[in-house]
Design a protein around this ligand. Structure first.
Ligand code: 5RP
Length: 231
């Protein structure tokens, strides 16, 4: 199986968890895209669900698939969110935000009774951190916020690069919420909980890509078959 086939296999397994009448969160990224496509097929075959998308890109795809959408204002509690991840460990701790949707992804995951991660085996790691950690910041005071983050990181990572994410046009990448993203190349995050609480204490930090205690299960597609973690 190539990477796309593995993503699709994980998405198809997660789609088996969906039941009639469920309120769903729809993730963002190339793996979540497979889930939304499979869900669209089921909806057209008669499945009844309502869904909250975690990005404008997912909203557009879901609309094109004919999937009924709602908002967290109308539907504040969800049954299940299915989303991809940039990294996950055996304790279902995640790095997310490679696609820039981490803020809405985290709000939607937190509103869900159950969050299932879908991924190919390359995302499954022993220690988080090889994937640069996305940190979403308010554009106001960018430089001051960046320096405050760098000071916090320097306590454990004396020379970790912290880079403003840019789009293809060379301008800063802007999230759906109108924020910027700083990517921190940390290599190994031995204590994600400690880092998470340090980051949220910095004014100007809107959210970070450490998802801790949010995922309840994972479907990981490998060459040897599907591996399931959690519930
Ligand atoms: C977007 C995300 C994605 O879930 C993450 O980047 C994984 O994407 P992909 O499935 O394309 O590898 O967090 O913000």
């Amino acid at each position: 199986m190539n990477a796309e086939e593995m993503k699709r296999a994980a998405a198809a397994r997660a789609a088996e968890l969906v039941r009639d009448g469920m309120r769903l969160g729809l993730g963002t990224g190339s793996t979540a895209r497979h889930f939304v496509a499979i869900l669209g097929e089921k909806v057209r075959a008669g499945l009844k669900v309502v869904c909250v998308p975690t990005s404008e890109a997912t909203r557009l795809q879901a609309e094109a698939e004919g999937i009924p959408l709602t908002t967290l204002d109308e539907t504040p509690a969800l049954d299940l969110t299915v989303d991809g991840a940039d990294e996950l460990d055996d304790s279902l701790r995640l790095i997310k935000g490679g696609g820039g949707a981490l803020l809405r992804e985290k709000i939607v995951a937190a509103a869900s009774r159950r969050m299932v991660v879908i991924a190919d085996g390359s995302k499954h790691v022993d220690v988080l951190g090889r994937f640069p950690l996305p940190i979403e910041v308010n554009p106001f005071g960018l430089r001051a916020t960046q320096e405050a983050i760098a000071q916090v990181l320097a306590q454990r990572w004396p020379s970790a690069p912290l880079t403003l994410r840019r789009g293809g046009d060379g301008n800063p990448f802007v999230t759906d919420g109108g924020h910027f993203i700083l990517d921190a190349a940390l290599q190994r995050i031995e204590e994600p909980e400690a880092l998470a609480s340090d980051l949220v204490a910095i004014p100007g930090v809107v959210e970070h890509g450490l998802f801790l205690g949010l995922a309840s299960g994972a479907v990981i597609a490998t060459e040897a078959g599907l591996v399931e973690l959690g519930e």
